[in-house]
Write a protein that binds this ligand. Sequence first.
Ligand SMILES: Cc1cc2nc3c(=O)[nH]c(=O)nc-3n(C[C@H](O)[C@H](O)[C@H](O)COP(=O)(O)OP(=O)(O)OC[C@H]3O[C@@H](n4cnc5c(N)ncnc54)[C@H](O)[C@@H]3O)c2cc1C
Ligand code: SF4
Length: 331
Amino acid sequence: MNNFTYTRVTDVATAIKEVSSDEAAAFIAGGTNLIDLMKENVTRPARLVDITRLPLARIDELPDGGLRLGALVTNADTAYNEQVERRYPLLSRAILAGASAQLRNMATNGGNPMQRTRCYYFYDTATPCNKREPGTGCSAIDGFNRIHAILGTSEQCIAVHPSDMCVALTALEAVVRVTGPQGERAIPFGEFHRLPGDTPHIDNNLRNGEIITAIDLPARGFPDHYAYLKVRDRTSYAFALVSVAAALDMKGGVITEARLALGGVAHKPWRNADAEAMLKGIEATRDHFEAVAFAMLRDAKGFRHNTFKITLAQRAIVRALQHAAGMGNKA
Ligand SMILES: Cc1cc2nc3c(=O)[nH]c(=O)nc-3n(C[C@H](O)[C@H](O)[C@H](O)COP(=O)(O)OP(=O)(O)OC[C@H]3O[C@@H](n4cnc5c(N)ncnc54)[C@H](O)[C@@H]3O)c2cc1C
Ligand code: SF4
């Protein structure tokens, strides 16, 4: 592990100044991902700017009926917040499906979307990896790629984003609020993460020096018809092979609004507008859900060890939609 200096900041303006003025500086919040990356020599910041004392640890109601989740509220406090549990149970379920109780007590809402892929080669500095060292090649494409992407891949990288929370935030159409040297801006959650393309080393659209201050949830939370289904190798403390966030509004057995997002299949949480549109105005039946699942995975392409994910995702979508529609126990 490289030597680094450590600074603790107490206001957002200073935090931005510290990081934007030094290329080798990085924010640290809960440290649950960054410290691992530093120990493995994947990331070598020369300066850590500790943001845990910033006044961003609140959950507040918004005038439009939504909810603002401060960037420094822990994942645990968010999942167990009374308003989140009651109005956005999909988010609560997704967070609690991730990591472990101890990690969720440290991990923050700002750090979760920023966590990096769990591709084995990304962590193994003895192997080529375009995300870690651009231009060196991708060890996963012809290597062991069981956990890798089946949608939105490029010839440069087939990694997936590992978050559970972000899959629910994508389905809920949350908005990421950021502040940087140029001021404040809002990024729709679906536009926050990027596909790998020719720049797999860039995970998201945050600009240099920008800090996530909050994540806003719109008023509509789908509390009556939702499911978060996570399929993984162990039932706890494991990342998703495939996960599904499903949220429906229904009237008399007919679906009036639908959201569907997949985790574990792409470099970002995956939505498909055409597949979602197929759900609107239909009755909840297994046949309909199977057609939607097929459409959602129509463009999927498996690699040597992960083709099973295509069928797995289709089945998981059907099951999550059935649960959301009340055709079975909640996932
Ligand atoms: C063993 C293990 C298992 C896990 N399992 C799961 C799982 O199943 N599902 C899941 O979703 N996650 C899982 N995680 C990941 C965990 O959720 C993340 O590590 C955590 O959410 C990151 O938050 P943090 O506050 O600790 O971020 P840090 O580690 O402090 O920072 C991570 C990155 O975010 C940046 N950052 C932090 N806060 C901000 C901010 N406000 N603005 C801009 N940049 C910021 C940092 O500079 C750094 O680059 C697991 C982690 C571990 C170690
Ligand atoms: S999939 Fe991406 S992260 Fe993994 S080795 Fe290839 S370039 Fe690196």
